[in-house]
Ligand binder design. Structure first.
Ligand code: SAM
Length: 273
């Protein structure tokens, strides 16, 4: 068995703003992880804040958002090309709407990645939200800021060098996990205090049934001796779902919410080790 130590190199930060991003909690989350494992799996990778902080040797990252995963791959393979394309995109409402219309369809994969980052940086509040036809539908944000930090994009590309990517449902993403590996699950959160946490990253939302399915997968991994850590909202529903596992409550501030500017969320870290 080849054990890889979780290594910290020059730290890269997420290159997109992502609803549910873990920047504020990342230190607690990483501290709760085992020190040694073989391959790191993160099937709801989103903006990647936890992966980038941990910077593990070998990793399999996945997300149901295919355009996001293609963007990671393009940055890993040639971040300079993505950066050069970003430099050529004007930040005006007319250009924004034209690029938004193109969507993730039949254009070169580096161009598509540049559009993904551009839309994230220029759209209202940096949200990724799609309609049922999977069309990105966030309005223009009119922000005067740069689309990327070259030094950071280079650090992200270097952190991604040995990463294997897939896109799709979390169950497929962990199909090859073994008892030497470790999985961090960060699903869209179960609603808390009457608020549904932001949940429109994909055309089909993550529903109660998906939370049941995820809990069943965690129990099955536990029976196979695979270690996992999971974040979710601190609610009676989640506590009941994972009854019997180790749970620790932590508190965080969220700043992507369309109804209120900022609110406190109590989160749970649940693990089987
Ligand atoms: C809470 S976010 C993850 C945030 C991430 N940890 C970060 O720090 O940016 C949840 C992610 O789950 C993805 N997702 C939604 N349904 C999914 C599914 N069935 N399987 C895998 N990923 C899914 C969304 O696209 C979103 O990126």
């Amino acid at each position: 068995m080849s054990i890889i130590f979780a290594m910290k190199t020059k730290e890269a930060k997420p290159f997109v703003k992502w609803a549910g991003g873990k920047q504020a909690l990342v230190a607690d989350i990483v501290a709760a992880m085992p020190e040694r494992f073989s391959v790191y799996f993160e099937p709801f990778v989103g903006g990647g804040s936890v992966f980038l902080r941990l910077s593990p040797g070998r990793a399999k990252l996945s997300d149901a958002n295919e355009w996001l995963i293609q963007t990671y791959q393009a940055i890993r393979d040639d971040w300079r090309r993505v950066a050069g394309l970003l430099d050529s995109l004007p930040n005006t409402k007319a250009d924004y709407l034209a690029i938004r219309r193109i969507g993730s369809s039949s254009i070169d994969r580096f161009q598509r990645a540049a559009h993904f980052v551009y839309l994230n940086k220029t759209c209202f509040r940096g949200l990724y939200r799609v309609n049922r036809k999977n069309e990105f539908n966030v309005p223009y944000g009119a922000y005067d800021r740069r689309y990327y930090d070259p030094e950071n994009l280079e650090a992200v590309a270097s952190a991604l060098e040995d990463v294997k990517f897939t896109s799709g449902d979390f169950e497929c993403a962990i199909a090859s996990v073994t008892a030497d590996d470790f999985v961090y699950f960060d699903p869209p959160y179960y609603k808390q205090g009457g608020f549904a946490d932001f949940n429109r990253y994909t055309p089909s939302q993550f529903r109660e049934g998906d939370h049941f399915r995820l809990a069943a997968v965690c129990r099955e991994l536990d029976a196979r001796g695979v270690r996992w850590l999971l974040s979710n909202s601190d609610t009676p529903f989640v506590r009941e779902l994972f009854d019997g596992f180790e749970m620790n409550a932590i508190s965080a501030r969220r700043d992507i919410n369309l109804k209120s500017t900022k609110r406190s969320i109590n989160e749970l870290l649940i693990c089987n080790y």
